[in-house]
Design a protein around this ligand. Structure first.
Ligand code: HEM
Length: 459
């Protein structure tokens, strides 16, 4: 990692881009397909590095793997999460996802061991059990209306997994107020992530009021549970692991406020993303019968009707490739941002201090230089032989460099186990004629409810 807080500028050459000053909200609002379509258009018109002026601000869009490596890996100290993350900080506090500098470094080191493949292995049974609870609910539908709102089902499932892993309780079933408060905070963060001008929090708009109320509810819930755990002593959940994580040198543990911020951030970062991944996977499978057939062949052979366990993961090769391919086409974190500290240069073009960089895996993952038939759903691309043929940063659904997603092993384990377990029993079929577009709302959501019918595989 090179340190570049001083200028590395040798050029005044500006990157290509629209000449006029564009105001983000006007554009996003007017462009059919929203932010994603807007970013795609910029790339198609101006190429891999685009400069846009928006009001007083300059933004650069990057998509090329070399540029991604430059910003997220090699020159990372010059590209912190600065003002571009202010809105998220207001909504979620100063945890791993939103913090920077020494605080981030300290917290990342403290939390890293919790999220290694070995660290998260203990949550595999919860993941399968939550999937089984969902299947039990689905079985009750037999003979009745079996149209599911799949995006809601996957949100409920992911909420169950993360809350049971975090506290040992199912927040969506047993603490509905807290569950609803989390959803309201999520909505607030999503809405603000794509808006341009926001009323300050003291202005009593309906959204501000709902957010403040949600924060009070969630703080009462989180501090209550943290104090209870401090009183009773740690258990074997994520919260206990975070509470007992000690600084190697000083032996210090996290204070209560930091713990609260990290727990809230984990909920935010870890549940909607995984829910979107699973939703898009069902959607894509329903449109690709030959992929679905191969999936069924694999789960039937590997599992033969029993529940999946952690030990099955290495054998569920195609199941994992399906998820990798879904993450390519519909990366839940489709856009992220950084804020250059000092002037820098990318591809011989000036990247000035104080501007903003947006990094768009949604586009990199479709770049025809690196992907044949970019819109095709082809899990076989993730065969290790094929993976080796591509540049490392042509694919980065979990980000890259030191700030790569800390929860990636947790997320992939959950998605593999859930997909394998559910597809042993059911085929999910999209309602005929339903067309769903990806829409960027902080994460990549479906533009409408994904309605699917359930079909038993072994009726
Ligand atoms: C499919 C599911 C997921 C996807 C696609 C995903 C994606 C990402 C991406 C792209 C980043 C980096 C953002 C950036 O560089 O600006 C990130 C960071 C992060 N993710 Fe995930 N994530 C997922 C699941 C999870 C889960 C399950 C957890 C926790 C249990 C989690 C916790 C975090 C945290 C705490 C960070 C911040 C890490 C840091 O800055 O050090 N994520 N995630």
């Amino acid at each position: 990692m090179s340190k570049t807080t001083t200028s590395t500028r040798t050029t005044n050459r500006l990157a290509p881009g629209p000449q006029q000053n564009l105001l983000l909200n006007t554009l996003f609002g007017s462009k059919e397909g929203g932010a994603i379509a807007w970013y795609m258009d910029l790339w198609r018109q101006y190429g891999d590095l685009v400069r846009v002026k928006m009001g007083p601000m300059v933004m650069h869009q990057i998509v090329h793997p070399d540029h991604v490596r430059h910003v997220l890996v090699e020159n990372v100290d010059n590209y912190p999460k600065g003002f571009s993350h202010d809105k998220l900080r207001i909504a979620l506090g100063n945890g791993l996802l939103t913090s920077g500098g020494q605080l981030w470094k300290y917290q990342r080191k403290l939390m890293q061991p919790t999220y290694t493949p070995k660290g998260v292995a203990q949550f595999a049974d919860i993941m399968v059990d939550s999937a089984d609870q969902m299947l039990a609910r689905w079985r009750l539908l037999k003979g009745r209306e079996t149209t599911l709102v799949v995006n809601q089902e996957m949100m409920r499932l992911a909420m169950s997994v993360i809350s049971r892993s975090m506290f040992g309780i199912d927040i969506s079933e047993d603490f509905r107020d807290a569950g609803q408060a989390l959803m309201d905070i999520l909505e607030f963060a999503s809405a603000r992530s794509t808006s341009f001008i926001d009323p300050p929090l003291y202005v009593p708009t309906p959204m501000n009021r709902r957010f403040k109320h949600a924060l009070e509810t969630i703080d009462t819930f989180l501090y209550g549970i943290i104090r209870e755990r401090q009183h009773q002593g740690p258990g074997d959940d994520l919260l206990s692991l975070l509470m007992t994580a000690r600084d190697e040198e000083t032996g210090a543990v996290m204070d209560e406020k930091q713990l609260r911020d990290e727990v809230l951030i984990t909920f935010f970062a870890g549940h909607e993303t995984t829910a979107q991944l699973l939703t898009w996977t069902w959607y894509l499978l329903s449109k690709s019968p030959h992929v679905e057939e191969k999936l069924h062949a694999e789960v039937d052979t590997v599992l033969n009707g029993r529940k999946p366990t952690l030990d099955d993961m290495p054998s569920l090769v195609y199941t994992r490739q399906i998820l990798d391919e879904t993450l390519r086409l519909y990366s839940p974190v489709a856009i992220t941002a950084r804020d250059p500290l000092a002037d820098d240069e990318i591809a011989g073009r000036l990247i000035p201090a104080g501007s903003m960089i947006t990094i768009t895996p949604f586009i990199t993952h479709r770049h025809p230089e690196f992907w044949d038939n970019p819109e095709g759903f082809m899990p076989e691309r993730f065969d290790p032989v094929e993976v080796k043929k591509r540049p490392r940063y042509a694919y980065y659904p979990f980000g890259a460099g030191p700030r790569i997603c800390i929860g990636q092993h947790f997320a992939l384990m959950e998605a593999v186990l859930v997909l394998a377990e559910v597809s042993q029993y059911y085929r999910l079929k999209l309602i005929p004629g339903l067309w769903v577009e990806p829409q960027f709302m902080g994460t990549l959501r479906p533009s409408r409810d994904v309605l699917m019918t359930l079909e038993e595989r072994h009726a």
